[in-house]
Design a protein around this ligand. Structure first.
Ligand SMILES: Nc1ncnc2c1ncn2[C@@H]1O[C@H](COP(=O)(O)OP(=O)(O)OP(=O)(O)O)[C@@H](O)[C@H]1O
Ligand SMILES: [Mg+2]
Ligand SMILES: [Mg+2]
Length: 523
């Protein structure tokens, strides 16, 4: 072993140790038991004191974004725009897919392990030392948020862009009293178990990030939500402006860095937020001769087109099958990954997939039809009856049918600070009843659709008629795999056996699943 190896092994061990400390902060309470109702929100101010961040935090020039969908994308566009204006940026988003450091970006780059560890231990030890029964250690997301403040303050960022973790009013990020601008992305039904059942109630919770004297922006919303946002803004005497979706024409033929139709909504909001931030900090004067609401400066366009995010409408050509098949370009295994997990986002994801596989058609051998496979799982708090029909129906409206659907359990757990290597589970110990029930929903939906359109019988792919036996039965149109690695192995074997055909796999239903797949295929 060289000295370098020993060093990197030691630092890997330290990193694992930090992750396991972080995991110890994850509370066992489920999201459904209403524990985000602001329990002891004021503790956050104690933590800021302990970490000596209480004064510095008011100097941070913050962009704060809440919403049901599109928060992360809006923050990512905003960061990219402001960075391309020459600013030193900090971005805090959630959740992460593979590594917790994805949540902290400096100048658009995931924070380095070295910096992460230095700030992590600084906060950890100080909190450990100064907390007690009255002021206990912060919970997981609170700790991460405090860590973000520590990082951004120590790194002296020009702008800190913060995505709300959950809700708004009682979210740890809302400890910031004087952001420069705040935004509310698309509102819809999600996390209803915590935030209330009506759209109005959800809007009220998110509008909890509005502050006196701080301009607020949002996207076009359903009336029920918009009226609540407007009422809250009026109460505070602030202006709430509606940012329209970005007009494609303004990009002059270029494409947004984040794909999918809904990204024009998020991009429109990000443009409005960035412009307001620049004008309210007076950076606008330094950087632009004339920044108005009518022009889209080239820095903005650059930022919008260069923005990137993992696991959102992401396309990955499997490098394993690239190595194995000499004629890559004509065939291979391609993963289309999108962490959609609500009914609306399933439809959006389906539309994106349907378009993306056609756009990629030039890389496919036209003499053979590509194979479309769905790789799916969702959390047990979700209802597959609400997720699968919009996916199946939207695809079929675009003429896309799945030849096969595979259902798998997730490898890692939601929010678990996954270490770098996750052991493959023992098949005997896995409870697949959830996956089997999702499969049933799939079969019923397909069956019903077939009855409705008996002329459009789904084409059962020849390549898969080989009567594969698994412990869960033979593989026909749908199958449950006992683990994700076994499903990936199966996909790769099939890509190899059918190397004249392109196998296009849509991975969706759960961000955790998307993260697990990325971790496995990028190895
Ligand atoms: N404006 C939008 N309207 C509807 N769906 C959207 C919108 N923006 C994004 N989505 C969908 O939501 C998914 C998550 O996007 P994004 O990460 O930007 O949202 P988020 O609010 O940060 O979500 P999360 O609750 O997972 O943190 C995307 O993959 C897409 O399917
Ligand atoms: Mg969410
Ligand atoms: Mg997010």
């Amino acid at each position: 072993m060289t000295e370098g190896d020993a060093g990197s092994e030691a630092s890997a061990a330290v990193y694992e140790e930090a992750l396991s400390c972080l995991s110890s902060l994850i509370t066992r309470r489920t999201r459904a038991d209403g524990t985000n109702r602001g329990d002891q929100f004021d503790l956050l101010f104690d933590y800021l004191k302990i970490l000596e961040l209480d004064e510095a935090i008011s100097q941070l020039k913050v962009v704060h974004v809440a919403g049901t969908k599109g928060k992360g994308s809006t923050c990512t566009f905003t960061e990219s725009i402001l960075r391309s204006c020459g600013l030193h940026t900090g971005l805090f988003t959630s959740p992460h897919l593979i590594d917790v450091r994805e949540r902290f970006r400096l100048d658009g780059m995931e924070i380095s392990k070295e910096k992460f560890l230095a700030y992590f231990w600084w906060c950890w030890h100080r909190l450990r030392e100064k907390t007690d029964d009255d002021v206990p250690m912060p919970t997981y997301f609170r700790f991460l948020t405090l860590l973000a403040f520590k990082i951004f303050i120590a790194e002296q960022v020009d702008v800190a862009i913060l995505e709300v973790g959950l809700g708004g009013k009682f979210d740890a990020t809302n400890v910031v009293r004087t952001p420069v601008v705040c935004g509310i992305s698309s509102l819809g039904y999600d996390h209803m178990e915590i935030l209330g059942n009506t759209l109005g109630e959800i809007a009220g919770e998110k509008a909890g990030i509005f502050k006196q004297g701080v301009p607020a922006y949002t996207v076009p919303q359903p009336e029920e939500a918009m009226s609540v946002l407007e009422a809250k803004a009026t109460d505070l005497g602030i202006s709430l402006q509606v940012a329209l979706p970005l007009d494609k024409e303004t990009l002059g033929g270029l494409q947004l860095g984040l794909h999918g139709e809904h990204q024009y909504i998020n991009a429109g909001l990000a443009v409005a937020i960035s412009r307001a931030w620049l004008l309210n900090t007076r950076y606008a004067e330094e950087i632009f001769s004339n920044l108005t609401t009518n022009n889209l400066p080239e820095q903005f366009i650059r930022g919008l087109t260069l923005a990137t995010i993992q696991g959102r409408a992401q396309i990955v050509h499997d490098s394993y099958s690239v190595k194995q098949t000499s004629n890559f370009g004509l065939a291979g295994l391609v993963f289309y990954l999108d962490g959609a997990h609500s009914p609306e986002s399933m439809a959006i994801c389906a539309r994106w997939f349907s378009h993306a596989i056609k756009e990629n058609a030039h890389t496919v051998d036209h003499s053979t039809k590509p194979v479309h496979i769905l790789l799916f799982n969702c959390m047990t708090v979700r209802d597959p009856h609400l997720l699968l029909p919009p996916l199946i129906n939207t695809c079929s409206e675009h003429g896309v049918q799945f030849d096969k659907a595979l259902f798998v359990p997730n490898l890692s757990m939601l929010n678990k600070v996954a270490s770098q290597s996750i052991p493959e589970p023992n098949p005997q110990q896995i409870d697949l009843s959830w996956q089997l029930s999702i499969k049933k929903v799939w079969e019923n939906t397909i069956h019903r659709n077939k009855e409705l359109t008996s002329d459009k019988i789904m084409d059962v792919n020849e390549a898969f008629k080989q009567g594969e036996k698994l412990n869960t039965g033979s593989i026909e149109n749908s199958a449950v795999f006992h683990s994700l690695p076994s499903a990936i192995r199966w996909l790769r074997e099939h890509a190899q056996q059918n190397n004249s055909r392109c196998i296009q796999v849509l991975v969706t239903g759960s961000l955790v699943l998307v993260g697990d797949v990325l971790r496995l295929i990028k190895k």
